[in-house]
Design a protein around this ligand. Sequence first.
Ligand SMILES: [Cu+2]
Length: 117
Amino acid sequence: MKQLKSMMLLLIASLAFTATKAQDSKTDTFKVWGNCGMCKKTIEKAAKTEGVEKAEWNRETKVFTLVYNPAVMSNEKIQKAISAAGYDTEKFIGDDKAYEKLPGCCHYERKKKQENN
Ligand SMILES: [Cu+2]
């Protein structure tokens, strides 16, 4: 009887595990251009929208780590939100007006600065 009980517990535990696995979130990484700690705040704030569990930008590597629910949010939408805040991402060029409004320390070197000049 005791054995049956532990078997049941094990079954329930594995079922619960499968259930959480089914609605697994997705982890993506992409590059976001930026400078300092302020950039980090702005970038992460812009990315934290619906369906986003984790938004973290690494100042040194410029790599942005995104954990989100793909059923609600998409990588592209997040990158768009970041670019709207004035930051260049792998897919989008940051909004120029938003970029100009950034504090001086945040005027990072633009992704395509040297092109078409
Ligand atoms: Cu900055």
